[in-house]
Design a protein around this ligand. Structure first.
Ligand SMILES: *[C@@H]1O[C@H](CO)[C@@H](O)[C@H](O)[C@H]1NC(C)=O
Length: 424
């Protein structure tokens, strides 16, 4: 039945489709070419994490100056009070600069993914967050254009939190989809970003509807069917104002194969890309793998990604093989690697060398294994649409800091070079 086939398409998306279909001759009803060819060219990129959305482990010093209660951007902004605007603005204007965009391009990359929170786009009354990130993002898009980079604008935080992680802006419970008004506010943010960057689709080739909605936690998490509705509605909001930008969808931590057929051919939508994330450090079993186990796990994951029916990027991944980076699991939370995480964590080794420090200070065998693991993942993820590393720079998390890893020849530089070819 046609109706049942279409019931996942929201009225908003349908109205957009009808409006386009009935428009005057010359108006396109299907996609114009995107400014990046996701069919034939490989996405090679890096996340600008910890810049416009703050994370304790990426910039510990920003959080430490605000006391122990500053566990996420919400609490940090509240704790800093009247100083928050000045301190965060100073961070936005210094943590990443035009020079970084040129370094990213010079290493052979073609994309950056830039997280932004809803609070920067559609501020809500009574919340402690401060604003000003959007003008920095505008400038970043100009820098990207000059450096020859494409931008994925990634909505990283939704009101109520879509995953309870500190990187959603607010650590704790997952309330996003429990309050319908919060979903509407999130759609307003997608609409505002779509409109703002509609004339910049030469650089902003994609907008990501929502980072890491947690759909695998039962009633405590996000309902995956609600998320699917939100994805259709996001597509509608984007297409109301913008035909030349892809919509990227995170897999919600479902097996990536779960999304085959969703928003596929026959669903009336186009230019949709999946995003899946791969980490091997947030699980005791994975932490116990040796370097061969880690590379094999990445190769297998790459094969699953390669089998999807849509463009699929591995939009976050890392060379890290421990969860030792200071505050990685949250301020006040220990690490699984050294057994300080609490129940279920067992000692694999000391965190000393991994917690904070320079990449060049890591022992040679650790640097060699990092490079092997990174190269395996590059090969694995280029079997399909490509990859975006997490993350460009930190205050000194050696397993995660691409800028320092490139300089130390731990990340292949250029990113297409190999010391360990053919691992996957
Ligand atoms: C959300 O937006 C829809 C469409 O504009 C509207 O019908 C609905 O009442 C809104 N829901 C809430 C809770 O505001």
């Amino acid at each position: 039945m046609i109706f049942s086939k279409m019931q996942n398409i929201t009225l908003a998306a349908l109205a957009t489709f009808m409006a386009l279909a009935q428009a005057a001759p010359g108006v396109r009803v299907e996609s114009r070419d995107l400014a990046f060819n996701y069919n034939s060219d490989k996405v090679r990129g890096v996340n600008l994490g910890g810049w416009l959305v703050l994370e304790p482990w990426i910039t510990p010093s920003l959080f430490e100056q605000a006391g122990e209660g500053a566990v996420d951007e919400w609490c940090l902004s509240g704790a800093l009070g009247a100083d928050a605007q000045g301190i965060l603005s100073q961070h936005w204007n210094s943590f990443i600069t035009v020079d970084d965009f040129h370094q990213i391009s010079a290493a052979g990359m073609n994309h950056v993914r830039i997280p932004i929170g809803y609070w920067a786009v559609v501020p809500q009354p009574g919340e402690p967050y401060v604003q000003g990130q959007l003008s920095v993002l505008d400038q970043a898009i100009n820098w990207a254009r000059d450096a020859g980079l494409k931008v994925i604008v990634d909505l990283h935080g939704a009101p109520g939190s879509q995953n309870g992680f500190d990187n959603s802006g607010r650590r704790g419970s997952i309330n996003w989809d429990k309050v319908p008004e919060q979903i509407n506010v999130t759609l307003d943010a997608i609409r505002a970003l779509s409109e703002r960057y509609a004339t910049q689709s030469d650089v902003v080739t994609s907008i990501e509807a929502l980072n890491e909605p947690m759909t695998v936690m039962g009633d405590a998490g996000v309902n995956v069917w609600t998320l699917q509705q939100y994805y259709y509605d996001s597509w509608g909001r984007l297409r109301e104002v913008n035909q030349d930008t892809a919509l990227t969808l995170h897999d919600g931590f479902q097996d990536i194969g779960f999304w085959n057929g969703f928003m596929g051919s026959g669903s009336g939508v186009w230019n949709v890309m999946m995003d899946t994330h791969h980490y091997e450090v947030f699980d005791n079993g994975l932490l116990s793998l040796d370097i061969n186990g880690h590379t094999q796990t990445a190769c297998s994951f790459g094969d699953k990604v390669a089998a999807t029916d849509k463009w699929t990027i591995v939009g976050e991944w890392t060379g890290a093989m421990t969860d030792c980076a200071k505050y990685l699991n949250g301020r006040g939370v220990g690490a699984r690697w050294d057994g300080s995480y609490g129940s279920g964590s067992t000692f694999h080794g000391s965190c000393d060398r991994y917690s904070q420090g320079e990449v060049t200070a890591l022992p040679e065998d650790v640097r060699t294994n990092l490079r092997r693991f990174i190269e395996a993942q590059l090969d694995a993820y280029e079997k399909h649409t490509g990859w975006v590393y997490w993350t460009w720079t930190t205050e000194g998390a050696p397993e995660w800091d691409m800028k320092r890893q490139l300089a130390a020849n731990v990340f292949p530089n250029p990113v297409s070079s190999r010391q360990f070819p053919g691992q996957c």
